[in-house]
Design a binder for this molecule. Structure first.
Ligand SMILES: CC(C)(COP(=O)(O)OP(=O)(O)OC[C@H]1O[C@@H](n2cnc3c(N)ncnc32)[C@H](O)[C@@H]1OP(=O)(O)O)[C@@H](O)C(=O)NCCC(=O)NCCS
Length: 241
């Protein structure tokens, strides 16, 4: 999915505030407090010397149109590579294997319906995708014992209802997710555009922030880390048939 320009503008704005509050160069704030490096398809090493990142930073220092430069850079590099190596994808859901004992779930809207992929109308479709995913895991990841997730989405009732209770009940706030979609994704709508209302709230809070410690609370929703034994998922989706 291609994300809108305003999504990047908000992150630039955030990075400028961070740079001022933390007294660090803008370049470092962009690397450590935004999702840009990942969106440019550079992976997750966050290497400040990566040649592509250097090109972006050099261009930024030479332009008075930071927003246009950032967005055109994103459009040119977005297809370069995926942020996380995924094992398999089932509609909106995919998983990665951080190690042989666990799988990590990911969500991205691929639904072409006009309603929200999280709406009650699309609930049967989401459940059938998850059922297919866990069938696949049962077959091909026999050593997997637990399921992990980290996302702002776990705050939403519309998302929670897709998973076993024990998984949702395990939620704890995941600090320092500034580089990740697990925090920034809350500002996007299903088409990759900006959710204006939520972003205004964010900007209002940002304008009142006076310390680095308060930065996380500018985000209306925090990223939540969840985990549960895989057996809970097999039982849940088997009984949801
Ligand atoms: C998830 C996503 C598809 C939702 O966008 P959408 O369908 O346009 O959202 P809607 O406004 O129609 O909301 C759907 C539901 O979620 C809730 N919701 C969505 N965004 C919300 C937000 N930022 N804060 C609070 N609630 C929110 C809505 O209230 C609604 O719930 P309801 O049906 O109980 O009323 C979109 O945010 C997205 O694609 N984000 C990027 C992907 C992402 O973040 N992935 C996770 C990576 S870890």
């Amino acid at each position: 999915m291609r994300y809108g320009k305003e999504f990047f503008d908000r992150q630039l704005r955030f990075a400028r505030v961070v740079a001022a509050l933390a007294a660090i160069p803008l370049e470092q704030a962009l690397l450590d407090y935004t999702n840009l490096y990942v969106r440019f398809g550079l992976g997750r090493a966050f290497d400040q010397d990566h040649p592509t990142w250097r090109r972006y930073i050099q261009g930024l220092s030479q332009t008075t149109h930071a927003s246009d430069w950032t967005y055109s850079f994103y459009l040119a590099h977005a297809q370069a590579g995926r942020e996380t190596p995924l094992v398999a994808t089932f509609g909106c859901f995919s998983y990665a294997t951080p190690d042989s004992q666990s799988i990590r779930l990911h969500f991205q809207n691929t639904d072409t319906a006009t309603v929200s992929p999280l709406s009650i109308d699309r609930l049967p479709m989401r459940l059938s995708e998850l059922r297919a995913l866990f069938d696949h895991v049962r077959r091909y990841e026999p050593e997997a014992e637990s399921v992990l997730g980290t996302s702002w989405l776990y705050n939403l009732r519309a998302y929670q209802r897709l998973f076993p209770e024990a998984y949702i009940a395990s939620a704890t706030v995941a600090d320092n997710r500034f580089r990740n979609m697990s925090l920034w994704g809350q500002f996007l709508d299903r088409n990759g555009g900006l959710k204006v209302g939520f972003t205004e709230d964010f900007l209002r809070r940002l304008s009142k922030t006076t310390t680095v410690r308060e930065l996380a609370s500018c985000f209306p929703l925090q990223a939540l880390a969840v985990s549960a034994p895989i057996t809970q998922f097999h039982t849940f989706y088997d009984s949801a048939m």
